[in-house]
Design a binder for this molecule. Structure first.
Ligand code: B3K
Ligand code: ZN
Length: 852
C-alpha cells in the first residue's frame, strides 16, 4: 500500500476546466457520458493522468479520435499532443451494488452521490484532486415515475418530458469547484420550501428534500439554515452566492453530511427532528450540522483545499464557526462545556495513541481515515486560540483578508495563518507548531506566594509527549486565560491572557495577603492537559465562586476526578468534599438549570480512565457508581424536589427549558444510583408520561441499567412504538449497548442478530457497535468478548463498507493503556483483522498502525 506524503505535493500536469456530464440514470445501470475540456498546466510533455476507481470507459477520445491508454496504479494514462483538448468517454456504473456509499449509490430507491474525498473517480475517471477546479454542466435523464425529482449543483437551466415516461433536467453551476463537491440526486422526494433574502438583496429559494411522510420533521433544519445564512452575513460578512440552495436527506450515509455546492446531502439524522422522535441533543445536532455545511460554502467551497493534507483548513475553521454559531443561538457556557467534553472524549485519546497525527498530517495511506477529531475538533481549537489572541475585531480583519485573497482558490493552512498574521497584525511563527506537532501539551501550573512581600507568582511548564514519528517536540505558543482570586476578599480577580511560549516561565500575579486561588485555562482557552496543584478546598471555592462558568464547571469536575482516581488507585479518599460541593451547586438549580446539570454530571468512565497509567475499567465503574450513590443518598430530598420541579415543559427549545430537562434526568440518575426503592417506578413513570423524546430516551437509558422488570417493559414499549422509524430505532439499539449491566456484551451479540440489525446502514452499525465500544467497562470485559465482537464486525463489514469499518478500529488500538491480559486480547483482535484476505486500504492502515 502506497503512502502519500505532504512534502511530495506537485500541481497537476493537466487541468480539467469544463465538465459536461450526461447521466442516463437507473438503479442498477447508469451510464455517464463525459466531455472534459482540458488544458496543459505549465510547460512539459507529460501525458494526461486520470484517477480511476472501477468506472473504466471502453473508448476514450481526444478531440474526437480514439486514443490508446495505459493503466497504472489507479490511473489511466493517455498521450495528448496539444495545449488544450476535449476528452470524451462513457462509463457504466451500478449504483445499487455500491455498498461503500462512495460515488453514485442507491439509498431507499433514490440515487445520490458522495464524492469527498475520492468518490468522484468512481463515477468517471478524472483529475480527482481538490486543486483541479472546473465549471460543471450536468444533464440527467430518468424514468419520471421512479425519479420525479432530479437535482444537481447550481441552478436548473432546462427540463422537460421525453418519450416512454422519461424526463430530463439540466443543471449548471457557475462557480468553478473541485470534483469532491460534485453532487446529484434523483428520486421520489418532497420539499419543505422557504426563501431567504441576502444582505445585498438576492432572493434565494431554499428547499429541504425528504421522503413523503418526513416533511413535518424538517422545520428545525429550515430554521437553522436561515439562521446560519444570516449569522454568516453578520459575523463574517459572507453572503450566499446562488439563487437556489437545496438540501437532501438520505438514510444511508457514511458521515453526518456533505457540503456539495448548492446541493448539500445529509444523513437524515441531521435533518429530521420533531419533539416526539428527537431529543434535545438531536435538535442541537441538526442545528449544528446544518450550520456547519452551510458555512462550508465560504470556508471550503469558495476557498477550498489545495490537497487533502490541508483538510483542517476547511474543517477546523468550519467547526469553529459552527461552534460559535450554536453558542450564539443558545447558551455560550453550555456549548463550550459540551465542546470540551467532546474534545476530551474523542480527540485527547487519539492524540495519546498510535493514530496520533498533527491537525495537518504529514502522510496517509487512505485519506478517509483522516476525517478525525484531531483534524476537525483540535483544528477548531487551533483557530479559536488565534481568535482569543487577537480578539474578535482583529480576527475578523484576518478572515476578511483570507476570504478576499483566496476566493476561488485551492489554499493551504499556511495561507490561512498568513492571512491572520497580516489581517489581524500578529506574529504567528511559533504558533504554527500547532499545525505540525501532534500530541496534547501538558502544562503544569503552581502558585507561589511570598508572605513577606505579599506577592504571588505563577510558575508554568509545558511538555509535549512523543507521538508516532515525532519523538522530540519544541515548546508551543499556548494562550492561557487566567485569573488569581483573593479568597479573603471574596471577589474575582481580573483576567489576564498569558502567552506561554517557553518550556518554563513565571508570571507575576500581583499582591495578595494570602495565597490566591488560581483560575486556570478559563473557557478552556488552550487544548491542553492542565496539571494544577490545588487542594479540594480551593476547588470547592472555585466551583462556587469563579466568575468564569467554564472554570466553575472544571473545578467541580476536577474535584470529582481527583476523588475517583485516588479511590480507583486503591486509596480511601473521602467522598465528602465532592458530595458537599455537588450539594452546593445543586442548591442553585432553579436559577441556572443548564449549568447545574452540566457541572453535576460525573466525568465519564473513559475520562477517568484517561487519567490513569493503566486503566482499570471494573474499578472505575464501581467507584463512579459508589460516588453517585453517596451524592444520591446525601441529597435525596433535594434531588426529589429537583426531579419534581423540573418536569415543566417537555418540548420548548429554549436554553432554560433544555437545561431543565437535562437536570430532570440527572436527578433521576442520581436517585437511581442512591438505590432508592422507588427508582424503577420513578424512571418508568418518566418514561411512560414523557411529553417528548428527551425525557423518554433519558428515562429509558436509566431503566436499561436496572434489573427491575420495568426495564424490559419499557424497552418493549419503545420498540413497539417506534420500530418503523429507523432513526428512533437506532436509539433502541444504542440504549442497550450503553447499559452498565454485566450482561451487556451478550446483549450486544444478540442484538447483532436482531432482524432490524443490518450492516447496510452506517447509522445502525454505529448505533450498536459505536455505542458499545464507548461503554468502557462493558467493551473491556475481561473475557475479551467485546474485542472479539468488534473484530468480527470489522471483518464482516470491510468488504461492504471499508470507510465505516475502519472507523470502528481505534478503540482496539488503545491496548497500551490496559493491563497485560486485556492488551494481549486487544492485539489478538487486531491481528485477526489483519490476517483477513483482501482487506481494504482503509482497514489495513488503521489496524496496522494500531498494532505498532
Ligand atoms: N466534508 C464532509 C466530510 C466527508 C468525508 C467523507 N469521507 C462533511 C463535513 O465535514 O462537513
Ligand atoms: Zn465539514
Amino acid at each position: 500500500i502506497r503512502t502519500i506524503h505532504r512534502s511530495d505535493y506537485q500541481p497537476p500536469d493537466w487541468l480539467v476546466e469544463t465538465v459536461h456530464l450526461d447521466f442516463d440514470l437507473s438503479l442498477d445501470a447508469t451510464t455517464v457520458s463525459a466531455t472534459l475540456g482540458i488544458r496543459r498546466n505549465g510547460s512539459h510533455d507529460r501525458p494526461l493522468r486520470l484517477d480511476e476507481d472501477g468506472a473504466i470507459p471502453e473508448v476514450i477520445r481526444v478531440d474526437g479520435k480514439a486514443v490508446a491508454y495505459t493503466r497504472d496504479s489507479g490511473q489511466l494514462i493517455l498521450p495528448v499532443g496539444s495545449e488544450t483538448a476535449t476528452v470524451t468517454f462513457t462509463t457504466t456504473i451500478d449504483p445499487s451494488a455500491n455498498t461503500q456509499l462512495m460515488g453514485l449509490f442507491a439509498s431507499n430507491g433514490m440515487l445520490c452521490t458522495q464524492c469527498e474525498a475520492e468518490g468522484f473517480r468512481r463515477i468517471i475517471p478524472f483529475v480527482d484532486r481538490p486543486d483541479n477546479m472546473a465549471v460543471y454542466t450536468v444533464r440527467m435523464e430518468a424514468d419520471r415515475a421512479a425519479f420525479p425529482i432530479l437535482l444537481a449543483n447550481g441552478e436548473k437551466v432546462a427540463e422537460g418530458d421525453l418519450d416512454d415516461g422519461r424526463h430530463f433536467a439540466e443543471w449548471h453551476d457557475r462557480w468553478p469547484k473541485p470534483s469532491y463537491l460534485f453532487a446529484l440526486v434523483a428520486g421520489q422526494l418532497v420539499a419543505n420550501r422557504d426563501s431567504f433574502t441576502t444582505a445585498s438583496g438576492m432572493d434565494v429559494d431554499l428547499a429541504i428534500w425528504v421522503r413523503d411522510g418526513d416533511l413535518d420533521r424538517t422545520g428545525h433544519a429550515m430554521q437553522a439554515l436561515k439562521n446560519s445564512m444570516r449569522w454568516d452575513e453578520q459575523v463574517y460578512g459572507r453572503e450566499y452566492d446562488l439563487p437556489v440552495f437545496n438540501i437532501v436527506a438520505v438514510s444511508d450515509f457514511n458521515m453526518g453530511a456533505m457540503e456539495n455546492k448548492g446541493l448539500n446531502i445529509f444523513n437524515s439524522r441531521y435533518i429530521l427532528a420533531d419533539a416526539d422522535t428527537a431529543s434535545d441533543l438531536d435538535f442541537d445536532g441538526v442545528e449544528g450540522v446544518v450550520a456547519h455545511e452551510y458555512f462550508h460554502n465560504w470556508s471550503g467551497n469558495r476557498v477550498t483545499c489545495r490537497d487533502w493534507f490541508q483538510l483542517s483548513l476547511k474543517e477546523g475553521f468550519t467547526v469553529y464557526r459552527d461552534q460559535c454559531f450554536s453558542a450564539d443561538m443558545g447558551s455560550e457556557a453550555v456549548k463550550r462545556i459540551e465542546d470540551v467534553r467532546i474534545l476530551r472524549a474523542a480527540q485527547f485519546p487519539e492524540d495519546n495513541g498510535p493514530l496520533a497525527h498533527p491537525i495537518r498530517p504529514d502522510s496517509y495511506q487512505e485519506i478517509s481515515n483522516f476525517y478525525t477529531a484531531t483534524v476537525y475538533n483540535k483544528g477548531a481549537e487551533v483557530i479559536r486560540m488565534m481568535a482569543t489572541m487577537v480578539g474578535p475585531k482583529r480576527f475578523r480583519a484576518g478572515t476578511d483578508l483570507y476570504f478576499d485573497r483566496h476566493d476561488g482558490e485551492a489554499a493551504t493552512c499556511e495561507d490561512f495563518v498568513r492571512a491572520i498574521e497580516e489581517g489581524a497584525g500578529i506574529n504567528l511563527s511559533q504558533f504554527r507548531l500547532w499545525y505540525s506537532q501532534a500530541g496534547t501539551p501538558h502544562v503544569t501550573a503552581r502558585v507561589e506566594h511570598d508572605d513577606a512581600s505579599g506577592t504571588a507568582a505563577l510558575h508554568l511548564t509545558q511538555t509535549i509527549p512523543a507521538t508516532p514519528g515525532q519523538p522530540d517536540k519544541q515548546p508551543m505558543l499556548i494562550p492561557l486565560r487566567i485569573a488569581a482570586h483573593d479568597r479573603a476578599k471574596n471577589a474575582p480577580g481580573s483576567e489576564q491572557l498569558v502567552l506561554l511560549g517557553e518550556a518554563e516561565a513565571s508570571v507575576s500575579l500581583g499582591r495578595f495577603s494570602e495565597p490566591p486561588v488560581l483560575s486556570f485555562n478559563r473557557g478552556f482557552s488552550a487544548p491542553i492537559i492542565a496539571e494544577v496543584a490545588r487542594n479540594p478546598g480551593d476547588l470547592a471555592w472555585l466551583a462556587a465562586h469563579d466568575d468564569d462558568p467554564f472554570a466553575r464547571y472544571e473545578a467541580l469536575q476536577a474535584l470529582m476526578l481527583d476523588t475517583l482516581v485516588a479511590r480507583v488507585s486503591g486509596g480511601d479518599a473521602s467522598h465528602d468534599a465532592v458530595v458537599a460541593a455537588v450539594g452546593n451547586t445543586l442548591a442553585s438549580w432553579a436559577s441556572d438549570p443548564a449549568f447545574v446539570a452540566e457541572a453535576c454530571a460525573l466525568p465519564s468512565e473513559a475520562f477517568v480512565g484517561d487519567q490513569m497509567l493503566v486503566v482499570d475499567p471494573d474499578a472505575i465503574r464501581r467507584e463512579r457508581r459508589a460516588l453517585q450513590r453517596s451524592i444520591g443518598q446525601t441529597h435525596e430530598a433535594l434531588l426529589r424536589t429537583i426531579h419534581a420541579g423540573t418536569a415543566t415543559n417537555a418540548t420548548e427549545l429554549s436554553p432554560t427549558a433544555k437545561g431543565m430537562r437535562k437536570l430532570h434526568s440527572l436527578a433521576l440518575m442520581l436517585l437511581w444510583a442512591s438505590d432508592a426503592a422507588d427508582a424503577p417506578a420513578l424512571a418508568f413513570a418518566q418514561f411512560a408520561q414523557a411529553g417528548g423524546m428527551t425525557d423518554r430516551q433519558a428515562a429509558l437509558g436509566i431503566l436499561a441499567h436496572m434489573d427491575a422488570p420495568e426495564r424490559q417493559t419499557a424497552l418493549d414499549a419503545f420498540y413497539a412504538r417506534y420500530h418503523d422509524n429507523q432513526l428512533v430505532l437506532d436509539k433502541w439499539f444504542t440504549t442497550q449497548a450503553f447499559s452498565l449491566r454485566a450482561d451487556t456484551p451478550e446483549v450486544v451479540a444478540a442484538l447483532a442478530q436482531h432482524p432490524d440489525f443490518t450492516l447496510g446502514n452506517p447509522n445502525r452499525v454505529r448505533s450498536l457497535y459505536g455505542a458499545f465500544a464507548g461503554n468502557q467497562a462493558s467493551f473491556h470485559d475481561a473475557s475479551g468478548r467485546g474485542y472479539a465482537l468488534l473484530a468480527d464486525l470489522v471483518i464482516a463489514l470491510d468488504p461492504k463498507n471499508p470507510q465505516t469499518a475502519a472507523r470502528m478500529i481505534p478503540p482496539l488500538g488503545r491496548w497500551k493503556r490496559f493491563d497485560e491480559s486485556r492488551a494481549r486480547l486487544m492485539r489478538e483482535a487486531l491481528e485477526r483483522i489483519l490476517e483477513t484476505p483482501d482487506l481494504s486500504r482503509d482497514v489495513t492502515e488503521q489496524a496496522s498502525k494500531s498494532l505498532a
